[in-house]
Design a protein around this ligand. Structure first.
Ligand SMILES: Cc1ncc(COP(=O)(O)O)c(C=O)c1O
Length: 449
C-alpha cells in the first residue's frame, strides 16, 4: 500500500482525461459506448460517470489588475514603503474577529514566528498532530525543539485530545493542533489541557481560513494562529502567510521578529535590536492579490461547507465508505480537502490504491493523502544531528523513538481518501457525480479484486 504523501500536482494529474482519450481512440460514438458499457467500470473499458472537468483553481479576478499595476508603477514593492500589506493585515484580522494580524512570507514562516515569539526554545518539546503537512513539525525543528506526536482520532482526522497528556514531559512548552483539511481540531479539550499544564497553544490553521469552532474562527482560539496563502489555498497569493492573535503586545513582538527584530508598536525598547529577528516580510503585490481574493472567500467557503455536508449525507450510505466526523463544537468546516475512509474488507478486499485508480478513471480525481508522517526520515536526521544530541539526553531520544508508535494514525493513513477543495466548488449535480462514481465502483468491486 502506498503511504507516500501525494503532491497537489500529482493529485490534479489524476483526472478523467485518460478515460476521455481512450473513448476518443476507440472510434465509437459516445452514446454507443454508453449504452453498451452502462455500468462497466471505466478502468476496465466502460464509460466514465463523468467526462466533464472540475472547477479550476486559483480563480483570477481581473479587478485586481489595476491595483497590481499601481503598485508596480509606484516602485513601492516592499511593505516598508507601501500601505497594502498593512491594509491587508487590518482586513484579515477583522474578517477573523481577531485583534491583530502580521502578514508573513508563508505559512511556515508564520509558524516559526509564533513559536519563537511564544518562547519555544532550543531543547523544549512541542506536542503536535501527526496527520499533517511536513511544515507543521519542520517548524518545531527550526526552533530546535522536539516535535512529539500525539495519536490521531481516525474518525475526525485531527489530534486526539485524550492522548495529549500522556505525551507531556517537564520540557513540554506548547501544543500545536492542526485544523487539518479545514476540519477544526477539538479546541475546548486542547485549551483546557494547556491551561491546566501551563502550556501555550499555536494553532496551525494553514488549511482552515474561516473554519469555525463554537462560532469563533479557527486561528483565533489559541495564543496565536497561523495561516498559509500558498497557491493551492482558499485564500491564495502564490506564497504568503499570517499570524493572528488577540494579545496586542504579543503580536507586536511577532511583528518585530518578522522584521529583523526592530521595534514595533508597544514593543519599543531603547537602543539597538534587543531581540533576535529575521526577514519574513510579505510583499505589497501579495497583499493586493489577497485583498482581491478575499472578496470571494466567504461565498466559496459556504459552498464548500454545504457541498461537504451533502457529500457526507450521501456517502455514508455506501458500504465500506466512512465519512469523517466533525469534532463537537465545529460550526463550520472549510474542506481544503474532503476526506473519508475506505474499508477494503467491505469492498471484497480491493486495495485502496485500486479504489483510487477506479474512482479517478470514473472522472473523480482523488488521492490517498498523508503517509505516516511521524516516521518521516527528517526526524531521525534531526535526532542524530550534533545539535539534538547536545540538547536532549540519549535516554530521552531513545524513549522518544520507543514511544513514537501511533497505530490508529498509521491505520488512518492507509485508509484515507481525499477529494480536493476545487471539486467542492461545483454544483449539487457535481456532488451527485462523485456519489454515483463511488457507488459504481462499489457495485463492481468484484471486477477489481
Ligand atoms: C497544515 C499546514 N501547515 C503549514 C503549511 C505551510 O504553509 P506554507 O506552504 O505557506 O509555508 C501548510 C502548507 O501547505 C499546511 O498545509
Amino acid at each position: 500500500m502506498n503511504d507516500t504523501p501525494v503532491s497537489r500536482r500529482e493529485f490534479l494529474a489524476v483526472t478523467s482525461t485518460g478515460a476521455v482519450a481512450a473513448l476518443a481512440a476507440s472510434g465509437l460514438a459516445a452514446d454507443t459506448v454508453l449504452t453498451r458499457n452502462a455500468g462497466k467500470l471505466a478502468l476496465t473499458g466502460g464509460q466514465p460517470v463523468r467526462t466533464k472537468g472540475w472547477p479550476g483553481w486559483p480563480v483570477w479576478d481581473p479587478s485586481a489588475e489595476g491595483d497590481i499595476l499601481a503598485v508596480l508603477r509606484s516602485g513601492n514593492w516592499f511593505r516598508g514603503q507601501g500601505t497594502r500589506v498593512t491594509e491587508f493585515e487590518k482586513r484579515y484580522a477583522e474578517l477573523l474577529g481577531a485583534k491583530r494580524c502580521v502578514a508573513t512570507a508563508s505559512g511556515t514562516t508564520a509558524l516559526v514566528t509564533a513559536l519563537h515569539t511564544l518562547g519555544v526554545d532550543a531543547g523544549d518539546e512541542v506536542i503536535v498532530s501527526p496527520y499533517t503537512f511536513v511544515a507543521s513539525y519542520n517548524v518545531i525543528f527550526m526552533v530546535k525543539a522536539l516535535p512529539v506526536f500525539a495519536e490521531t482520532d481516525p474518525e475526525t482526522f485531527t489530534i486526539d485530545p485524550a492522548r495529549i497528556e500522556e505525551r507531556i514531559t517537564d520540557r513540554t512548552r506548547a501544543i500545536l493542533p492542526v485544523h487539518i483539511l479545514g476540519l477544526p481540531a477539538a479546541m475546548d479539550p486542547i485549551l483546557a489541557i494547556a491551561r491546566k499544564r501551563n502550556l501555550v497553544v499555536v494553532e496551525d490553521a494553514c488549511q482552515a481560513w474561516l473554519a469555525e469552532y463554537n462560532q469563533r474562527k479557527c486561528g483565533t482560539l489559541g495564543d496565536l494562529g497561523c495561516f498559509s496563502f500558498q497557491n493551492s489555498k482558499h485564500l491564495p497569493s502564490g506564497e504568503g502567510g499570517a499570524v493572528v492573535g488577540n494579545d496586542e503586545q504579543l503580536v507586536d513582538r511577532c511583528h518585530s521578529y518578522h522584521n529583523c527584530g526592530r521595534a514595533f508598536g508597544s514593543f519599543q525598547p531603547a537602543g539597538g535590536n534587543p531581540i533576535r529577528g529575521t526577514n519574513f516580510r510579505m510583499q505589497e503585490f501579495q497583499a493586493v492579490i489577497l485583498m482581491s481574493q478575499m472578496k470571494r472567500l466567504e461565498a466559496d467557503t459556504q459552498r464548500r461547507w454545504e457541498n461537504g455536508q451533502y457529500l457526507t449525507s450521501r456517502l455514508k450510505n455506501i458500504p465500506g465508505i466512512v465519512p469523517h466526523k466533525l469534532n463537537p463544537g465545529t460550526t463550520r468546516a472549510v474542506y481544503h480537502l474532503y476526506p473519508f475512509r475506505f474499508k477494503s474488507e467491505q469492498f471484497g478486499g480491493v486495495s485502496r490504491n485500486k479504489f483510487l485508480e477506479a474512482l479517478s478513471a470514473e472522472g473523480v480525481p482523488c488521492a490517498g493523502g498523508y503517509g505516516p508522517q511521524h516516521k518521516d526520515g527528517l526526524i531521525e536526521e534531526a535526532l542524530k544531528s550534533r545539535g539534538y544530541q547536545r540538547l536532549f539526553s540519549k535516554e530521552r531520544l531513545d524513549r522518544y523513538r520507543e514511544e513514537n508508535v501511533l497505530p490508529r494514525h498509521t491505520q488512518l493513513c492507509r485508509e484515507a481518501v481525499w477529494l480536493s477543495q476545487n471539486m467542492l466548488l461545483g454544483s449539487k449535480e457535481d456532488m451527485d457525480d462523485i456519489v454515483k462514481a463511488v457507488e459504481k465502483v462499489y457495485e463492481n468491486r468484484d471486477k477489481l479484486a
